[in-house]
Design a protein around this ligand. Structure first.
Ligand code: HEM
Ligand SMILES: [Ca+2]
Length: 800
């Protein structure tokens, strides 16, 4: 087989306890595991010696030393061909890696000739015809049952909404991609193509010259690759013409490991490693991910809320739709049962609820709606597995503020003084109201829903708060630039203010936010720490900045565990004025019109602790998500697990191997209570879903997530840095919109400054100096917004 992560190649590594200190460590689980019961794994590892532990050497010219995680092909190599090891910052070792970005690329040793002898190299018209007929039948042969307004699954669908026009466009592209996938499935079945050949892109047959080539992508035409401003849709960031779409809106996501599709193409993982059916996502959620109140001792809810804004900046998938653009329904009314196979849409993957469910049983609910993500055609037009995409620009570029297309950005601009349009609500600037009836779940509420660069803004009121804050920051900067340059054009003011706000967003992300999530070691090892002065030189034209499926489908959803089910809205002197349950402020923005609410919400965010990232998920998300006026909502934990399977994520153990840690061999390696629960829902440690396994790990030192999520997240932010030519720390040799040394003083910006500069100063007069740290944490302190020791960016450097 070309690919076999199932074999544990890392049992060749010596026991981390007894070997050199810089070896990969066992995943640290939330409470110390009873190591005493000497497991099979320990015995094995004591016996073997490693070919890996040669002394660290320098990599050959042109080859980079990267963390093992960024050298995914290593899991597919025999030990004698493993890459050479080398030194990384933070006293860790890495690999001299040559694999480039194509993690699921074909193995080199198969020559094209050898491959060709196995199956035909062209698609026969008969296969194309049959697949076409099958697909037509799937599209039109079943009842088109839409989701009804006012129900939780309607709001869930809105999370994938951008504009009606976009949804329509995606529908056509996704259909073409799904027809490609179905043709591939049929071809695979007829020619008995080995599963491994699909998942490693080893089937060198193209759709070119068939009708299915119609939507295969061409490259973007970049009129000016030296433009000082990044394109709104993210195109033309990479200067090479054949890479002009890297990181752009609508582009496919990357993968760290080949997909776990049962047919190698698009059929979700549904079986355990021993062949028995996997248990359902809801069963796993209610067994393992209960709601326990564990406030974080150090970090506040602003970490959670900034985290979500950032999530929306870098990822938005899209779900399969009905032909008329409506959402697909997979359950009978009131979730009484899953629709029969004859009635079901092909993208249905409903979540099964058992009759003994502690919560949903009381409402007679046996089915939660779940629709698979839509696909995009293979960029190279090759027969391959299904590829999910992100609708927003993959880069950290404040796309929630400006939109991910020229059209979206035009709808947001005032075209005066470089400003964004705002709603003046009795002297306070709020976001403009939306006219898009699909942006809010009920038509009535739609009247007061807000419009921004991201379709998910109204999802929760604390998210609206930060969206307002960022839009105000843009206008504040535009006004300051206008003061300095009264004759500057609207376009110049807009683009300069946008360039500054993006840099602020990037600086706060890498300087303040990310270290909290992944800890200082990972920051150093992946070279993510911003410089104090001067320019960074990490740009790498070979790095694809695309979001990975593992990041969006699992690792970064760690944020869901940091959500608290309640907001404690404070008045003066710490007195709690109102307790708001989060489901009551999902897609319900009316409170924002109360005069003091915006300031109060910001104060809540910086003073209320976030929840620890662990296996506890608030019932506000796992029972009442998007409940609206209904007695029950959806289960986001179950949705996350199901989504991982939809996206073809491999099991947790495979990602342990990728980071160079030994795979788990037994549930006994977990703390006993967790191990027992795991054994009730999984047959073997090889079956654990990535999101679940990641949440069970103990946090890395100085971070909030465990080792596996830390690696996936660090890798992603390394891509956003190395693969973004416009990254704020790059000089003119790389970045045509580079800041000059005086302008780079914008590194002074902090989250605390943004809070002060964009509050209403009604109830918010002071902020914690380290804004993401609880104000009651020793060492942090409240600072008055007018205190000169709270650094501010001076815009003099923009006088022209
Ligand atoms: C009140 C807070 C939140 C709610 C109600 C919420 C809800 C949701 C929902 C409904 C989805 C779509 C799930 C699916 O169908 O697959 C989603 C996706 C996601 N969420 Fe959250 N979320 C919240 C906070 C956060 C936070 C704090 C983070 C990270 C720090 C986060 C990260 C993500 C990511 C990465 C995705 C995948 C986005 C995509 O690629 O489409 N969320 N969230
Ligand atoms: Ca973006």
């Amino acid at each position: 087989a070309a690919f076999s992560v199932r074999q544990n190649r890392f049992d060749e590594l010596p026991d981390p306890q007894t070997a050199a200190p810089d070896l990969p460590e066992l995943p640290d689980l939330q409470t110390p595991a009873p190591v005493a019961s000497s497991t099979e794994a320990t015995e094995k590892s004591e016996k073997v010696t490693s070919g890996l532990l040669k002394k660290c050497e320098k990599c050959f010219q042109g080859i980079k030393c990267v963390p093992q995680f960024q050298c995914p092909a290593h899991v597919r190599m025999e030990s004698h061909e493993k890459p050479q090891i080398c030194d990384l910052p933070a006293g860790k070792f890495g690999y001299c890696c040559q694999t480039g970005q194509n993690h699921t690329g074909p193995r080199l040793e198969f020559s094209a000739k050898e491959r060709r002898s196995r199956f035909p190299t062209i698609l026969s018209p008969a296969v194309l015809d049959e697949a076409r007929r099958n697909f037509e039948h799937l599209l039109h042969g079943v009842a088109q049952i839409p989701v009804r307004r006012g129900f939780p699954d309607f709001a869930h669908g809105l999370v994938f909404h951008s504009t009606a026009k976009d949804d329509f466009h995606n529908f056509a592209i996704s259909n073409s991609a799904i027809e490609q996938v179905m043709t591939t499935q049929l071809f695979g079945k007829k020619e008995q193509v080995p599963l491994d050949d699909f998942i490693t892109n080893n089937v060198p047959i193209k759709f070119t010259e068939t009708p299915l080539a119609q939507h295969c992508q061409s490259n973007a035409i970049c009129r000016n690759v030296r433009s000082a401003y990044r394109n709104l849709d993210g195109t033309c960031n990479n200067p090479l013409p054949q890479r002009s779409l890297w990181g752009a809106a609508g582009q496919p996501m990357e993968r760290l490991l080949p997909p776990a599709y049962e047919d190698g193409v698009w059929t979700p993982r549904a079986h355990s490693s021993d062949g028995t059916p996997l248990l359902g996502a809801r069963k796993i959620s209610r067994t393992l991910l209960s709601d326990v109140d564990r406030p974080h001792p150090m970090y506040n809810l602003l970490v959670m809320q900034f985290g979500q804004v950032l999530a929306h900046d870098i990822s938005q998938t899209s779900s399969v739709r009905l032909e008329d653009g409506n959402l697909v329904q997979c359950c009978s009314p009131q979730g009484k049962a899953a629709l029969s196979p004859q009635q079901s849409h092909f993208a249905c993957m409903p979540i099964h609820v058992e009759p003994d469910d502690e919560f949903f049983a009381a409402f007679g609910v046996r089915c939660l709606n779940f629709v698979r993500l839509s696909l995009v055609p293979s960029p190279d037009c090759q027969l391959s597995y299904g590829k999910q995409m992100s609708k927003v620009t993959h880069f950290v570029d404040a796309s929630p503020v400006y939109g991910s297309s020229d059209e979206a950005s035009r709808s947001l601009r005032a075209f005066r003084g470089g400003r964004l349009r705002m709603l003046n609500d009795f002297g306070r600037d709020l976001l403009p109201l939306t006219s898009d009836k699909k942006a809010c779940p009920s038509e009535e509420a739609g009247k007061s829903c807000f419009h921004s660069g991201d379709g998910r803004t109204n999802q929760i009121i604390s998210l609206i708060t930060l969206q307002i804050l960022l839009a105000r920051e843009h206008n504040r900067v535009a006004d300051a630039l206008n003061q300095l340059n009264p004759s500057a054009s609207d376009e110049w003011l807009f683009q300069e203010a946008r360039r500054i706000v993006i840099a602020e967003m990037q600086h706060i992300t890498y300087n303040e936010f990310l270290p909290i999530i992944i800890g200082p070691q990972q920051m150093k090892r992946f070279r993510l720490v911003p410089l104090h002065q001067g320019y960074a030189h990490d740009y790498n034209v070979n790095v694809n900045p695309a979001i990975t499926n593992e990041f969006s489908g699992a690792a970064y959803r760690m944020g869901h565990s940091s959500v608290d089910g309640k907001f404690q809205i404070r008045q003066q002197h710490g007195h709690i004025d109102e307790v708001v349950n989060i489901p009551d402020v999902m897609f319900n923005p009316s409170r924002m019109r109360k005069r003091e609410f915006y300031d109060d919400m910001l104060r809540t965010l910086y003073s209320q602790p976030m929840q620890q990232v662990d296996s506890s998920i608030s019932q506000g998300l796992s029972r009442f998500l998007f409940r609206g006026d209904n007695p029950f909502g959806l289960d986001l934990a179950a949705i996350n697990i199901q989504r991982g399977r939809d996206q073809g994520l491999r099991s947790y153990n495979d990602y342990l191997e990728l980071m160079g840690a030994p795979k788990l061999q037994s549930f006994q390696q977990f703390p006993s209570e967790i191990g027992q629960k795991l054994s009730r829902v999984y047959r073997s440690p090889d079956d654990i879903d990535l999101w679940v396994g990641g949440l069970l790990e103990k946090a890395v030192e100085g971070g909030v997530v465990g080792g596996t999520f830390a690696e996936i997240i660090a890798d992603q932010f390394a891509r956003f840095k190395q693969g973004d030519r416009y990254y704020y720390e790059y000089d003119n040799a790389v970045n045509p919109g580079a800041f000059n040394p005086q302008q780079l003083q914008l590194r002074k910006v902090t989250m605390a400054r943004l809070l002060c500069d964009n509050s209403d100063r009604l109830t918010l007069q002071a902020v914690p100096l380290a804004a993401f740290i609880r104000s009651d944490h020793p060492g942090n302190q409240m600072i008055d917004c007018d205190d000169a020791s709270l650094p501010a960016v001076n815009f003099e450097a923009w006088r022209i």
